[in-house]
Design a protein. Structure first.
Length: 207
């Protein structure tokens, strides 16, 4: 994420996160089309990835989660069904410093409230994946740095974050997704069976 972010500045996280706009194309519930349209728009806004590089029919919705994450004692996030957009060019996980809020959904609302003294927002989101080779021109107001990592490099990133080495930090939602889902998804991706792990009915509560 960029240094200017209110919550979780300069932490490593997933490829892209987004809030929807109140427009017809982003309110379509069927087949999560509204979510996919938001994802396409925000990938252009944040990473400079053109719509042609990320067709909406190529997004794979995998699931939904609920998590709560204080940031600095004043700000934080309490989010349901997070929209996490991730790319695997040649089976590599794309990890970048990125946008701070992570809502991407049809018929969403953003309710700001205080939870345990921390100002948070509660929203509905989805988890999305896509396998594409893309061209990027990151927006410096949103993204400080972009890095492609393979499985072992991601594990080393996690180790450094756990050890506090090099001042490296991960966003809490990304770490929860890694710990609960990511490597299983990666296995299925490499076998070509990613859709077998799709679960859009369950809301996974992660802490």
């Amino acid at each position: 994420m960029a240094a200017t972010k209110v919550t979780f500045p300069l932490v490593w996280t997933n490829t892209c996160c987004s809030h929807p706009l109140y427009r017809d194309s982003e309110l379509i519930e069927e087949n999560a089309l509204g979510v996919r349209n938001v994802a396409q728009r925000k990938l252009l806004d944040e990473l400079g990835i053109s719509a042609e590089d990320v067709p909406v029919d190529q997004f794979t919705p995998l699931g939904r989660i609920l998590y709560k994450a204080p940031s600095d004692g004043k700000w934080g996030e309490h989010e349901r069904n997070n929209s996490i957009l991730s790319f695997y060019p040649v089976y590599w996980f794309s990890c970048c410093l990125n946008f701070d809020a992570i809502t991407c959904l049809p018929l969403a609302f953003d309710l700001t409230r205080s939870i345990e003294g921390v100002l948070t927002s509660t929203v509905f989101d989805y988890l999305l994946f896509m396998v594409r080779e893309v061209n990027m021109k990151p927006n410096p107001d949103e993204v400080a740095e972009v890095k492609y990592v393979n499985r072992e490099q991601l594990k080393e990133l996690l180790r450094k974050a756990d050890a506090g080495e090099e001042g490296l930090k991960l966003s809490p939602w990304f770490r929860l997704i890694v710990d609960n889902f990511l490597f299983k998804w990666w296995d299925h991706l490499e076998k070509g069976t990613l859709k077998e792990v799709t679960d859009m009915k369950t809301i996974h509560k992660l802490t």
